[in-house]
Write a protein that binds this ligand. Sequence first.
Ligand code: SF4
Ligand code: SF4
Length: 166
Amino acid sequence: MSKEFNRRDFLKKSTMAGFTGCALLMAARLNPAFASSPFFNNDDVPDPKLLNYCGYKCPDDCEFLKATVNDDVELKKKAYEQWKIKERHGVDFDPEKIFCWGCKTDKPLGVVVKNCTVRKCVIEKGMDSCIECSDLKTCKKDLWERFPKFHEAVIEMQGKYLAAKG
Ligand code: SF4
Ligand code: SF4
C-alpha cells in the first residue's frame, strides 16, 4: 500500500478501472462544501463525509450532471446509453426519469443511485463511506466485483484514512 494518496492518482486509477460511469456529480459548483474540501488537496487525508458512499468522487465535468442541470434531452440520451441504464436497470428512456443529482443529495435520486447496493449498505451501517468499513477488503458487493481496480484504489484510500486516525 503506498504511503501517499492523492486525488489525481485516485481519479486516474478509477478511470483506468473503467469506473467513469457511476452516476454522480457532486460538482463543486453545486456542492460548495466540496470546493473547500481538504480532500481536493493532494495527499490530504480523505474525509468520508466528503466522498460518495463508495469512496468515489464524481468528476466536475460529468456529462450526466450536465444533462440533468440543463435538462438536455440529447445529453440525457447519451448518458442513458453510456450508463447502460436499460441493460442494468431495465428502465426505458424517458427524459423525465433519466437524471442524476448525485449520490449524497437532497434532490430526487436517479435510477442508478437508487439501485446501488453499496450506497444502501453504507447508509444501513450508519456510515459516510466504505472507507470506514472493516469489511471493505473482503466485501463482495457487485460494484467491487465489477471494478476490482477501483476496489483496490478505495482500499488504498482507506489505508491513508486509518493511518491518519491512528
Ligand atoms: S455509492 Fe453507488 S451510487 Fe454512490 S457513487 Fe458509489 S457506485 Fe455510485
Ligand atoms: S460491507 Fe461493503 S458495501 Fe457495505 S459498507 Fe462495507 S465495504 Fe461498503
